[in-house]
Design a protein around this ligand. Structure first.
Ligand code: HEM
Length: 127
């Protein structure tokens, strides 16, 4: 296998700064979002941004910083307190796709990232 084949998506997109920027786009103006605004902590958006960025960075091959700070992700459990209907889930996906569109990345990586985010969001619908 060529060395390139072993590189993770995390490495290819440039590491943690990529995920921090992606998540910044996602959170930008989120409190004004009709469906998502009411769910997110107005007094801790920086903390929320960091949690999501570290989770995504870890998922795509970065250091396990999320795990060190938050423990096992257990995303379904952590989202159980939020009523995630189809509308809410669609709002999340739409906002996340718009954030991905702001980022420079190879089409193949973009496809992989989007497919994962879409799949994960579908799994978190709980209403
Ligand atoms: C389906 C629509 C979704 C909604 C409405 C939603 C909503 C939320 C909300 C309101 C929070 C709390 C913010 C905070 O204080 O950290 C949160 C946390 C989080 N979400 Fe989501 N989320 C969704 C999908 C996803 C997906 C697809 C992922 C992963 C790919 C994800 C990963 C996370 C992570 C890692 C946290 C922080 C958990 C923690 O450590 O406490 N979410 N989400």
């Amino acid at each position: 296998m060529a060395a390139d084949d072993q590189e993770t998506l995390y490495d290819r997109v440039g590491g943690l700064p990529f995920f921090t920027e992606l998540v910044d786009w996602f959170y930008d103006g989120i409190l004004e979002d009709e469906y998502l605004g009411p769910l997110y902590p107005a007094d801790d958006l920086d903390g929320a941004s960091e949690r999501l960025a570290l989770f995504l960075a870890q998922y795509w091959g970065g250091p396990p910083l999320y795990m060190e700070q938050r423990g096992h992700p257990r995303l379904r459990m952590r989202h159980a307190e939020f009523k995630i209907t189809k509308r809410v889930r669609d709002a999340w996906i739409t906002r996340m796709l718009a954030a991905v569109d702001e980022m420079q990345m190879e089409p193949e990586d973009r496809g992989e990232l989007i497919a994962y985010l879409d799949m994960a969001a579908r799994q978190l619908r709980n209403r």
